[in-house]
Design a protein. Structure first.
Length: 736
DNA sequence: GGTTAGGCTTCG
């Protein structure tokens, strides 16, 4: 690793190796090739140095491309650059803010903070012997790579009696719990490339010395553990002087060791090990089934992990504490509100503006100790939370959440660091919901209480939906629309009396662009069972037209076949013998996955009830037989019914051809974006707030088409909302 | 000097 000086007064060119080519920051993408390239820019920010160990540091900086115009957004020109090891410290000490530097030997990753800081979507990482910095500052520093100090034993080579250092990918974990002895204990199961699974018990009196594991797939490094033999298998226990580091297991995220210990060793070799294990684990489908579920998808009786923010808490009694939490999504079931006196409640649920976003979590027994230490505002993950439907004879059933006593299935809770990658989705959802709540509160009170009789008065506020057409038609009462002879077009002013479906994900449909036939989207449970059935009878044959390879599945002995066709230009990958979870996991890394089953020498799509193509999170469904792979691709579409009302009466309308316009989304984006699903939910809640009277609902200005549909010899008159957009916050889906 | 736990749903 090196920092070299370049004479500021002279032309920098000759001293930077001539074979290097400049790549401009705005042109950098995740797939940019970095070898023999350099980036040149001004240092506009240096963060405090993170001191990990002797000669081992991390430094975050921001480097800016020369801006030809002032209106170029920082998302193009300003990029996060992270330095590792000795280079980090030297950069901090040698290079000043405003200095111009030339960077080479970097790698590119997806910036996890791009949404938060508005900077470039990538970040540069400078580590290892390849990394060089050419600086305009006045000293030269040359550094050397530290030699590895520790050796790590593969899990397959552990023998009872050894004291070893090990690395592993976490496949099961319990948060620290009190033992009958003097210590807390963390129980883990880990694995590595040998696929051997090893149990670990970490003992320490101090909770903060325990491994900070947040999810399966995290990577753990243990120093000085003792190998034992118990109940027929090998496991490890911490011994005197043990230490532990953990890392996020996701490929492409920055490798930052997680520990509360100030003094630990972390080298280039560690980084490579973490990278290797991440890569291996991704292909093992270890992370196939994420256990975290948003409130919007919780079903009664479910056990699940909840990532949430604590709004308020209250001690119920010695063995029970109430936590009021939210994740910004709305549960499909009514939520129980556990009432406590305001003076007994620490924190406030006001931000959630209403109770249908707030989940009441009753925390019992051994978990009370952790719960009592929590401060409102904290971000949490609650493991193995139980959703319980509470029914009484007098009230309708409500969902309540219990964190039962004990530690079975990893039951427990843990605070997540505010900048955790696992919180990105939550931050985005909460930001959106909070803005919506604030806007709703900011609306003048008379929006919600305008009596219908004041209609003739010109309203001083903007309607909740507006026409975007340029017809000069006069506005008419709904009764005129109802009594007309189709086809006709009208402008109306109305309120929403009711809408369907109430579960908005049911509004998302599949439509055949040829025959306009409509299909429901199958749920994951139904899809999973089709895949499962196909696995049972699988018999891999050899194919003359494709190269076939095999992956180990999550089940011992079961293989997944990957067929790469010789003829293919579109890079389609045919997958056989995989579960739905495995297909989803594999498609995270490889695009264009086609699940198939063999039929002699040929491949056939699995079944038209499952997607014929997975592209990342996107799923493509088909019907019948035509263009692609003999399948007619279906389009995503939105369909809703709205019952409108004005002083003259009511009218059943459809939101269909212009539904995407109405919500300012595309149905295909909605299918893969929780944020956009929230946006639709938010819009409908604004048009028709739950529990509101008609007088409290906002007015909409709509364009309505009246037309007839002939079916089975009968003609029906239909009404559709066209050329209309709802008003409210505009959101674009996160870049996938 | 080296126990404790050694996954595998509460029952409110």
């Amino acid at each position: 690793m090196q920092i070299r000086v370049v004479d500021a007064a002279a032309n920098a060119g000759p001293q930077v190796p001539a074979h290097l080519q400049r790549i401009f920051i705005p042109q950098l993408t995740l797939s940019s090739i970095c070898t023999h390239k350099f980036v040149k820019g001004k240092v506009i920010q240096k963060c405090p140095l993170v001191d990990l160990d002797k000669d081992n540091y991390i430094l975050k900086t921001v480097i800016q491309e020369h801006k030809p115009q002032h209106d170029v957004p920082p998302g193009l020109t300003d990029i996060n650059v992270i330095f590792f090891g000795k280079l980090a410290k030297e950069f901090l000490e040698t290079v000043q803010q405003e200095d111009v530097v030339v960077l080479t030997g970097f790698t590119i990753g997806r910036s996890p903070t791009a949404i938060k800081d508005g900077l470039h979507s990538c970040y540069l990482q400078l580590a290892g012997g390849e990394a060089h910095v050419y600086s305009l500052s006045p000293s030269v520093i040359v550094t050397v790579n530290p030699k590895p100090k520790y050796t790590y034993t593969p899990l397959k080579d552990l023998k009872p009696g050894m004291i070893v250092n090990i690395y592993g990918v976490v496949t099961f974990f319990k948060q620290p719990f009190r033992t009958k002895g003097t210590d807390y204990c963390s129980t883990l199961k880990i694995t590595d490339e040998s696929s051997v699974k090893i149990g670990c018990s970490v003992f320490s009196e101090k909770v903060e010395e325990h491994p900070k594991v947040f999810k399966n797939g995290d990577i753990i490094r243990l120093h000085r553990v003792k190998v034992q033999f118990f109940n027929g298998s090998v496991n490890v226990v911490t011994s005197l002087g043990f230490s532990v580091l953990t890392f996020d297991g996701s490929v492409g995220t920055p490798i930052v060791p997680c520990t509360s210990s100030r003094n630990f060793h972390f080298s280039e070799q560690d980084k490579q090990t973490v990278e290797r294990l991440r890569q291996w684990a991704t292909n093992q489908a270890l992370l196939a089934a994420p256990s975290t579920v948003q409130l919007a998808h919780v079903q009664p009786s479910m056990y699940f992990d909840l990532t949430c923010q604590l709004l308020a808490k209250a001690k119920m009694d010695g063995s029970c504490t109430l936590l009021k939490v939210w994740d910004g999504t709305r549960c499909a079931h009514p939520l129980l509100n556990v009432f406590v006196k305001p003076e007994a409640l620490e924190g406030s649920v006001n931000v959630a503006s209403g109770t249908d976003l707030v989940a009441n979590v009753l925390v019992y027994d051994n978990h009370v100790e952790v719960a009592q230490e929590l401060k409102p505002g904290t971000f949490l993950r609650i493991y193995n939370l139980h959703a319980i439907l509470q029914t009484t004879s007098t009230t309708p059933s409500h969902l309540c959440f219990h964190l039962h006593g004990g530690t079975s299935y990893g039951r427990g809770l843990r605070v997540l660091p505010k900048d955790s990658l696992d919180l990105q989705q939550l931050h985005r959802t909460l930001e959106l919901v909070t803005t919506s709540c604030e806007e709703a509160l900011d609306d003048p009170v008379d929006i919600w209480s305008t009596p219908p009789e004041s209609l003739s008065v010109i309203c001083p506020f903007s309607p909740a939906a507006v026409r975007t057409c340029d017809h000069t038609l006069e506005q008419v009462p709904l009764s005129n629309v109802k009594s007309c002879t189709p086809p006709r077009l009208f402008h109306v002013r109305a309120q929403v009396r009711s809408f369907q479906p109430r579960r908005l994900y049911q509004a998302l449909k599949l439509r055949c662009p040829h025959c306009r036939a409509l299909f429901d989207i199958p749920d994951d449970e139904a899809l999973a069972s089709v895949f499962q059935k196909a696995i049972r009878g699988v018999r891999f044959g050899s194919l003359s037209w494709a190269a076939t390879g095999f992956l180990d599945s999550s089940e011992t002995g079961r293989k997944i076949a990957i067929h790469l066709p010789n003829w293919d230009k579109e890079e389609l990958i045919f997958l056989e013998g995989a579960t739905l979870e495995e297909v989803c996991c594999i498609s995270k890394n490889l695009s264009n996955i086609v699940p198939v089953r063999s039929c002699g020498e040929s491949m056939v799509p699995m079944d038209l009830s499952v997607p014929f193509l997975f592209q990342g999170k996107k799923r493509h469904y088909g019907s019948g037989r035509t263009p692609i792979l003999g399948i007619q691709p279906l389009q995503y579409a939105l369909l809703m019914k709205m019952e409108l009302e004005d002083e003259s009466g009511s009218l059943e309308t459809l939101l269909w051809d212009d539904a995407e316009k109405f919500f300012q989304v595309t149905a295909a984006d909605v299918a893969v974006s929780q944020e956009l699903q929230n946006k639709i939910q938010w819009t409908m809640n604004r048009l028709c707030p739950p529990g509101s009277t008609i007088a409290e609902r906002p007015w909409l200005e709509l364009c309505i088409a009246v037309y007839t549909v002939e079916e089975g010899g009968r003609s029906t008159v239909c009404y559709q909302v066209l050329n209309t957009e709802s008003t409210g916050p505009h959101v674009t889906p996160a870049q996938e």
